[in-house]
Design a binder for this molecule. Structure first.
Ligand SMILES: [Zn+2]
Length: 230
């Protein structure tokens, strides 16, 4: 059974509740998908999920939770690995015949596009991606995956296999009640421009590269001491 818009979750309290507004077919260069549109009173933004196959009520649905990156996803910037991760995720989901990619409107680790460009300018002067955000008055990562958890509940998946290198994403989704049965690594080759950015993610944000690049077990990932990653 494919998801239909009439199955939208109805908000019954004043709590943050993401609403499924519309679903349509989305034939793409990667294959046949559905696209679901959500509005979120939590942040006032419109989020989407691209869905392959019948995921309603399923266990272990291959899932990517991707945050918007206009410069990478659309313009092909090589300062980051976002576009490669996006395209690789869609290929993996298409190949497996079933899955979902959530596209969250959290540009620039949720500081917004122009603020991200400011951070890029600071990086051009020698700051790394974390220090640039701190210099601008932000946390290193302002993203909130509670919205993703709410979307997944709307999509009625029972549990997921999460395509990610980011243990913080695993932690937040688990805390929000999402059952993650496995972590699927998402490794893309760094370019000469993205190398430093990816190394910073590994060294300062605990992203799973090097020794833990192929670790699939969620409990093992959650028990990693961040100091071991540096
Ligand atoms: Zn990016």
């Amino acid at each position: 059974m494919l998801l239909v818009a009439s199955e939208r979750q109805v908000c019954v309290t004043d709590e943050c509740c993401v609403q499924l507004v519309a679903i349509a077919d989305l034939p793409s260069r990667f294959g046949e998908f559905q696209i679901a549109g959500f509005v979120s009173p939590c942040d006032g933004k419109e989020h989407t999920a691209i869905i392959k196959g019948d995921i309603v009520g399923k266990e272990g649905v291959v899932t990517r939770v991707h945050s918007e990156c206009l410069t990478g996803d659309v313009m092909g910037s090589q300062r980051c690995d976002c576009r490669d991760q996006l395209l690789e995720s869609l290929k993996i989901i298409e190949k497996g015949g079933e899955g979902a990619l959530l596209y969250l409107r959290q540009e620039g680790r949720n500081i917004g596009l122009t603020e991200k460009i400011k951070a890029y300018a600071l990086q051009d002067q020698g700051l790394d991606t974390i220090d640039a955000n701190i210099h601008l008055g932000y946390k290193p990562d302002e993203r909130d995956y509670g919205i993703a958890a709410n979307i997944l509940k709307n999509l009625q998946v029972k549990s997921i296999k999460l395509l990610t290198n980011n243990p913080e994403k695993i932690r937040q989704l688990s805390d929000a009640g999402i059952t993650i049965v496995e972590r699927l690594p998402l490794i893309v080759e760094p370019t000469q421009y993205s190398k430093a950015y990816i190394e910073t993610k590994a060294r300062r944000s605990g992203h799973l590269f090097g020794e833990f690049a192929d670790t699939h077990d969620i409990d093992e990932i959650q028990s990693i001491n961040p100091d071991e990653l540096s």
